[in-house]
Ligand binder design. Sequence first.
Ligand SMILES: NC(=O)C1=CN([C@@H]2O[C@H](COP(=O)(O)OP(=O)(O)OC[C@H]3O[C@@H](n4cnc5c(N)ncnc54)[C@H](OP(=O)(O)O)[C@@H]3O)[C@@H](O)[C@H]2O)C=CC1
Ligand SMILES: O=C(O)C1=N[C@H](C(=O)O)C[C@H](O)C1
Length: 235
Amino acid sequence: MNIALVGYGKMGKTIERIALDRGHSIAARIDVNNQSDLENIKADAAIEFSHPDAAFNNVKRCIELGIPVVCGTTGWLERKPEIESLTKEKNGAFFYASNYSLGVNIFFKINEHLASMLKSFKQYEVALDEIHHTEKKDAPSGTAITLAEGILKHLDHKKNWVNKDTSNMQEIPIKSFRIDQVPGTHVVKYTSAIDDIEIKHTAHTREGFALGAVMVAEWIKDKKGVLNMDDFLKF
Ligand SMILES: NC(=O)C1=CN([C@@H]2O[C@H](COP(=O)(O)OP(=O)(O)OC[C@H]3O[C@@H](n4cnc5c(N)ncnc54)[C@H](OP(=O)(O)O)[C@@H]3O)[C@@H](O)[C@H]2O)C=CC1
Ligand SMILES: O=C(O)C1=N[C@H](C(=O)O)C[C@H](O)C1
């Protein structure tokens, strides 16, 4: 298939390599300086990994042009409902995931299962850490937000997450660390006076995120609607 890369940074380049290895061609490489190219190409799908300030307009243009779009950019989700409405209005296809790696999506399920097991054991205090490279624009990571939302679904005594340490028992603290070259590490910790329970996902490279996004693009090209990893993985 013919794939448009919208955003051609660390992720765009890794996605390009994996897409070519899987026999696809690249319809366009859209970056800050060649925005108009999207109007002049034929693409079966667009894969959008750009910047929190650019994602909304990039995705909107793809939907308006009738190009199914797989978006991985984090840090712009307050405007996602507008894109969902537009997708329905235009009968388009929009897929969003805060993390496209298979391992992280398994980790999301384990996280929810653990939270559901611990909902009655309030002696365990939950906290999240996320560690990423120093070029990351947003904090906390989209993945950490998905993990926190997964916990909030099950722990009735927790009301929201905050991106700092907190002594408010109703809040889930997410601490963000920025260390050179780290592709993405997430830790969920339950701490009690007696013992601790920890689950951790460590990405060694960006390959897992990129492979997941290309596989979703292969899957979405003949689909319609607002879609996510639960629709794709069905587990
Ligand atoms: N969902 C997932 O699985 C994953 C999500 N991500 C997310 O993807 C996003 C990109 O990550 P990454 O590739 O590491 O970031 P990079 O900074 O390496 O690349 C972003 C690219 O987008 C370009 N860009 C900026 N504005 C626009 C625009 N208006 N149109 C098109 N391109 C634009 C930048 O250009 P310039 O350099 O000139 O500014 C840059 O080339 C981030 O939000 C990150 O959190 C990352 C990994 C996995
Ligand atoms: O910016 C990154 O690099 C990553 N961003 C995503 C996030 O915010 O969760 C996914 C992954 O952790 C890498």
